[in-house]
Design a protein around this ligand. Structure first.
Ligand code: ATP
Ligand code: MG
Length: 352
């Protein structure tokens, strides 16, 4: 049991299959915090997925498969409260209340919003409902997810840093206007990861078609890694340090992602050996990709096996979703009722 038990909350959108950015940016920390005995709420963000998902047929299937992947990675629905966001509809009620203290200009300056708008300008109509109120309001919904369980910490990747800051800001504004009601979560840790895409883009993403997926079989892993562009000559590192945070940003982006993965998945000496080859300008990319593919597939083999375990099926997932929705609901309703009270609406007349 943790010395000080903290409330942890984080979610992942069911927009595709989990990749190594999701794993090392989020899931890896979920498991660590679960095993340390904290009070962990981990949800599948199906409301959030609606800002980009347009294929209704695959949506529920993807949600279930994402939950089976959670279990395969080591998340335990008996130790952590694992639920589906839409099974906690009072999150939508809190979103509405928090919207009253959220500045539109603040939302319009959000980097994720601006990025998505930029991409849509290049390929209009590609993401379903581009100019939606839902896309602009994404950070308010995320603030509701966090604040509704009174989270102390939100383990997310570096790409979500600004959204957590917005949630902190919204909670502070609410408390300032209506009195101390909401717990302000801690900011995202400075060590939070942002894994680049296999195409060298700043971020690997489920919706970006540039990901190495956790459930990729060994042939796919090798094919994807071989496809990473390494024709660029190594740039001199001009630095003694072997620290990945120092050397990787000095490499061409596509080479950087290979070294980041090697650092995460292979023993230290293997990473250092390939770093030496890089410094000496040897011809080594073929060997690097093959070696990395081996470590990736060794890591993922037990996860793939547990994903396919007959006991890890749709029924078992739906059973724990029902159980855990029952656990989180009273906690969440308590917060919503406190906000209603603080704003002067008063308690719901039909809830207990
Ligand atoms: P999408 O492209 O559909 O938004 P995504 O890969 O960005 O998918 P999310 O569901 O938005 O995944 O985020 C789930 C978690 O994974 C968040 O904590 C997020 O910060 C983290 N995450 C996503 N991509 C990366 C990445 N490249 N590096 C580190 N963490 C990441
Ligand atoms: Mg994302």
């Amino acid at each position: 049991m943790a010395a000080t038990k903290e409330i942890i909350l984080s979610g992942i959108r069911p927009t595709g299959r989990l990749h190594y950015g999701n794993y090392y940016g989020a899931i890896h920390h979920f498991i660590r915090l679960q095993e340390a005995g904290h009070c962990c709420y981990y949800f599948i963000a199906d409301y959030h997925a609606l800002t980009t998902i347009t294929e209704r047929e695959d949506f529920f299937r993807q949600t279930l498969d994402m939950l089976r992947t959670y279990v395969a990675c080591g998340l335990d629905p008996k130790k952590s409260v694992i639920y589906r966001q839409s099974d906690l509809p009072c999150t939508a009620e809190l979103t509405l209340l928090l919207g009253m203290v959220t500045n539109i200009g603040h939302l319009e300056r959000g980097t994720t919003y601006k990025d998505k708008m930029g991409k849509l300008a290049e390929t209009p109509g590609a993401e379903g409902n581009p100019l939606s109120y839902g896309l602009l309001g994404y950070p308010v919904l995320m603030a509701a997810d966090i604040l509704i369980v009174r989270a102390d910490k939100v383990p997310v990747g570096d790409d979500q840093r600004q959204h957590v800051e917005m949630a902190m800001d919204i909670a502070q504004k609410f408390n300032h206007r209506f009195g101390e009601t909401l717990k302000v979560p801690a900011p995202v840790s400075r060590e939070a990861l942002r894994l680049p895409g296999l195409d060298g883009a700043a971020k690997m993403g489920k919706s970006e078609h540039n990901a190495l997926d956790l459930l990729d079989d060994p042939d796919t892993v090798l094919r994807k890694l071989r496809g990473v562009q390494t024709t660029t000559d190594p740039l001199p590192l001009n630095v003694e340090s072997d620290d990945p945070d120092v050397v990787i940003p000095r490499m061409p982006p596509t080479v950087g992602v290979l070294y980041r993965l090697l650092n995460l998945l292979a023993p230290e000496e293997v990473y250092l050996d390939f770093l030496g080859k890089y410094r000496r300008g040897e011809k080594f990319y073929g060997m690097l990709k093959q070696t990395l593919a081996k470590y990736v597939s060794e890591f993922s083999a037990p996860i793939i096996e547990r994903f396919n375990d007959p006991a890890n099926n749709d029924e078992s997932v739906m059973d724990f979703l029902r159980e855990n929705a029952k656990k989180v609901t009273p906690v969440a309703l308590n917060t919503v009722e406190a906000c209603r009270e603080a704003m002067g609406i008063g308690h719901s007349l039909f809830r207990a």
